[in-house]
Design a protein around this ligand. Structure first.
Ligand SMILES: O=C(O)CCC(=O)C(=O)O
Length: 258
């Protein structure tokens, strides 16, 4: 089969899978040399620590130190503003393999949000937290809840170091408010939610693998129980026709045509 035909068929398959499951994993999409370079930039930004940074202690998730002055309280959770930090991150953000897929999934031209994700997740040994089941859209404000996050593994990701877990198809669910807790995490004490959680998929990743996931897809992640940091670049995109609501956190910085 000619290569062009084969790749358009695999794009169709990815598109169908994304619409149905709310996510797609593309293996080995980013060159390992590019990933190594991005990882090195991230490691340099961690020591000495270059802001802006979100600390584990700031979010208070399970396992996080209780304050910045506590033991481990200066453990970074993410390096913020990845897009403006370094060209290696900008190059990945505008990678053709990422952009073409996003345009296919959204059926329109896309913009990168500087307000959401746009970060390097740095899941550190020792004091990292776990993140309970949530939809990213819960604190975001756009005309439509149609955004896609792109998670680029800059090293191995597995159960031991806190890989992402996803609930396939959950981007299509309309759940009653009572199924979520005060902070809009999925309540795990409810039988109907436990049935949903039985669908959990945990996707082990290698350097250069990319997950595309819908902003309404429920996802969670564990702690890093290894001695090695886990580093991932995470970017969020929306269609050019889907605008942030003026005056909200989602509109604080302009989105970028990549
Ligand atoms: O790596 C994690 O703890 C999960 C991060 C996450 O789901 C998020 O920031 O939305």
């Amino acid at each position: 089969m000619p290569e062009a035909k084969q790749s358009s068929q695999s794009f169709d398959w990815e598109n169908q899978s994304f619409q149905k499951q709310g996510f797609v994993v593309v293996r080995n999409l980013i060159d390992s040399a590019v990933c190594e370079a991005a990882r090195e930039v991230a490691m340099k930004a961690l020591s000495p620590l270059q802001g802006p940074v979100e600390f584990e202690a700031d979010v208070g998730y399970p396992g996080a130190p209780s304050g910045r002055s506590e033991k481990g309280g200066k453990t970074p959770r993410r390096l913020l503003n990845a897009y403006s930090r370094h060209r290696v991150f900008r190059n990945i953000a505008s990678n053709a393999g990422i952009k073409n897929r996003l345009q296919g999934f959204m059926q329109q031209d896309i913009l990168l949000s500087q307000c959401h994700h746009n970060c390097v997740m740095t899941k550190c040994p020792g004091f990292s937290s776990s993140t309970d089941w949530h939809q990213d859209i819960r604190y975001w404000s756009f005309d439509k809840p149609e955004l896609i996050s792109v998670w680029v593994a800059l090293g191995p990701e597995n159960k031991a170091n806190g890989v992402l877990k996803l609930l396939p198809g959950s981007h299509l669910l309309e759940l009653d408010r009572g199924r979520l807790d005060a902070d809009l995490f999925l309540r795990t004490d409810l039988a109907e939610n436990q049935r949903l959680l039985a669908r959990e998929e945990c996707l082990e990743l290698s350097m250069g693998d990319v997950i595309f996931f819908h902003s309404r897809l429920f996802h969670a992640a564990g702690r890093n129980s290894t001695d090695e940091i886990k580093i991932s670049l995470v970017m969020t995109y929306h269609g050019v026709d889907n605008h942030p609501i003026p005056g909200t956190r989602s509109s604080m910085l302009p989105s970028i045509a990549v």
